[in-house]
Design a protein around this ligand. Structure first.
Ligand code: EPU
Length: 421
């Protein structure tokens, strides 16, 4: 199993380019199931979750071309000869986002059988809200043998109220409603940029959608969708991670090809902590922390608030903040696994329910640590970059799921980071 070794203490200096957003590319790939024509996606990050989604699509009978993904960040999917409507447990358990094929399969083929994902390291993460909403569109749903079995000759548009905001739930329903008969309104919809990016792709495929980016999304179903070409938005969480990396190491990093308007709350919070962020152009940020870092509280909330996917990285930063900060997690019930690993590196963090109290500033020292999920891995990399001595991070396959070439990117900025078996 791959491990990452970091010799900490070097300020990061230089320039880094942000990849396409994993969480926008995943629903976009699922959306290719909505048409028999070819769909070409650009700026797709070459990360494990994308490869897994390619496998899911091939298993369903899609013709996919991911051959030049690493080089061109472009891939092509044709769902003309879909032979199966089942996403098996073996794939769904490795990547929960596979549940995104439910909506497209049900809408285009009238049936879908998708394994229930089960819990994961950050929380129970049920999909009850997806299921309830599909039922509203007229689907008959049974949960049997660990699978969601959904059927509907043709989905019918409906007014849906999500009990709580769900990102992939909103995306799944948008895709299903695009081919449903009549009008669908999604109330209390997720406002994440990835949802808006999916709406852009669906419109390019011929869908009639409005209101994305707000909490009410309206979809007028159409008979069929067609092929399209679409460029995925930059990854806002990778952007935020590099902002934190520049700041925590006391370096100076230029972050290119990003969308600062997609992470306003993160930028604002980092500025509150004393981090200096310049915006030389609409797609470039420059980060430094010449006056050190101050402790500031943060609470994760849905977009446009501070993203839960930046909570772990922010906690790493707060170990270097002067004073005490409280990090409150409101989206997932078990997303503090990184805290105990940081404590093993010398951080002083106390967990009280959904609050982590971070006492700073502490000198971190390198240690052997274990990554428990994608963002936790990123936070341990950040901690390792500022720690004295060697940090060995185990189970970095989590990192590979969502960060493209993170060691290469950090190495190019001067980090002493290596992968070992
Ligand atoms: N929830 C339910 N029932 C549902 C759906 C969600 O109770 O049917 C709960 C969840 O358990 C959670 C909350 O609602 O407590 C929000 O979950 P949401 O459905 O929004 O999360 P998701 O769609 O499964 C996406 C991202 C996550 C990100 C969250 C929150 C993708 C593929 N994944 O997950 O990304 O943390 O939204 O912003 O878009 C990551 O990239 O590391 C990651 C975990």
């Amino acid at each position: 199993m791959d491990k990452i070794l970091i010799k900490g203490g070097k300020p990061l200096l230089g320039s880094v380019e942000i990849s396409g957003a994993k969480n926008a590319a995943l629903p976009a790939l699922a959306a290719t199931l909505l048409t028999g024509d070819a769909v070409v996606l650009q700026n797709v990050p070459c990360v494990r979750d994308i490869q897994t989604t390619g496998q899911v699509l091939r298993d369903l009978g899609c013709d996919t071309d991911f051959r030049t993904l690493a080089l061109t960040h472009s891939c092509r999917v044709s769902a003309q000869n879909v032979t199966s409507c089942e996403a098996p447990y073996e794939l769904v358990k490795t990547m929960r986002a596979s549940v995104l094929v439910l909506g497209p399969l049900l809408a285009r083929f009238g049936k879908a059988r998708v394994s229930l994902p089960g819990g994961c390291a950050i929380g129970a993460r049920p999909i009850d809200l997806h299921i309830k909403a599909f039922e509203k569109l007229g689907a008959e749903i049974a949960i049997e043998h660990g699978y969601v079995e959904a059927r509907a000759p043709r989905l019918k548009g409906a007014e849906i109220f999500f009990d709580r905001i769900t990102v992939t739930g909103t995306e799944n329903l948008m895709m299903a409603a695009a081919l449903a008969e009549g009008h669908t309104v999604l109330n209390n919809a997720a406002r994440e940029p990835e949802v808006a990016d999916l709406a852009d792709l669906l419109r390019a495929m011929g869908a009639q959608i409005s209101g994305e980016g707000s909490s009410v999304i309206r979809i007028q179903g159409v008979e069929r969708l067609h092929g399209a070409q679409h460029t995925i938005i930059p990854d806002r969480i990778e952007t935020g991670t590099f902002l934190a990396a520049g700041a925590i190491t006391g370096g100076e990093v230029e972050i290119r090809a990003c969308r600062p308007d997609h992470l306003c709350a993160v930028i604002e919070k980092l500025e509150e902590t004393g981090v200096v962020i310049e915006r030389p152009s609409p797609s470039i940020l420059k980060v430094s922390a010449p006056h050190g870092i101050k402790a500031r509280n943060v609470t994760t909330v849905e977009h446009p608030g501070f993203a839960t996917d930046m909570q772990a990285q922010y906690m790493a930063l707060m170990t270097q903040g002067e004073g005490t900060s409280i990090v409150t997690e409101t989206i997932f019930e078990n997303r503090f696994m990184h805290a105990s690993e940081m404590v093993r590196m010398g951080a002083s963090i106390k967990i009280e329910g959904n609050r982590a109290i971070v006492f700073g500033k502490t000198q971190l020292t390198g240690a052997k640590v274990i990554a428990s999920d994608l963002r936790a891995s990123a936070s341990l990399v950040l901690a390792g970059l500022v720690a004295q001595g060697d940090t060995l991070i185990d189970r970095v396959y989590h990192l590979d799921r969502g960060y493209e070439g993170i060691e290469e990117k950090l190495k190019a900025l001067g980090a002493d980071i290596h992968r070992s078996q």
